[in-house]
Design a protein around this ligand. Structure first.
Ligand code: ZN
Length: 69
């Protein structure tokens, strides 16, 4: 769990996330339609999925003084 030491926020942060693994990938056959938001979508295929994230700053006050509790 993370906490902003400046404002006390524990809910929302800015950072970057990476996901990696084997997946089933489905393409949308109606790419040119404006009604569709996605051109493709995927479903995780097995337990080898890896998620990694780094917290850079507080969403609310933009402080980088973030502590891991
Ligand atoms: Zn903050």
């Amino acid at each position: 769990m993370y906490k902003c030491m400046n404002c006390g926020n524990v809910e929302k942060f800015i950072g970057c996330a990476q996901e990696k693994g084997n997946a089933y990938i489905y393409q949308d056959s109606l790419l040119n339609s404006r009604n569709f938001k996605y051109s493709w979508i995927y479903i995780v295929s097995d337990n080898n999925w890896q998620t990694k994230f780094n917290i850079l700053e507080c969403f609310f006050c933009h402080s980088t003084d973030i502590s891991k509790l």
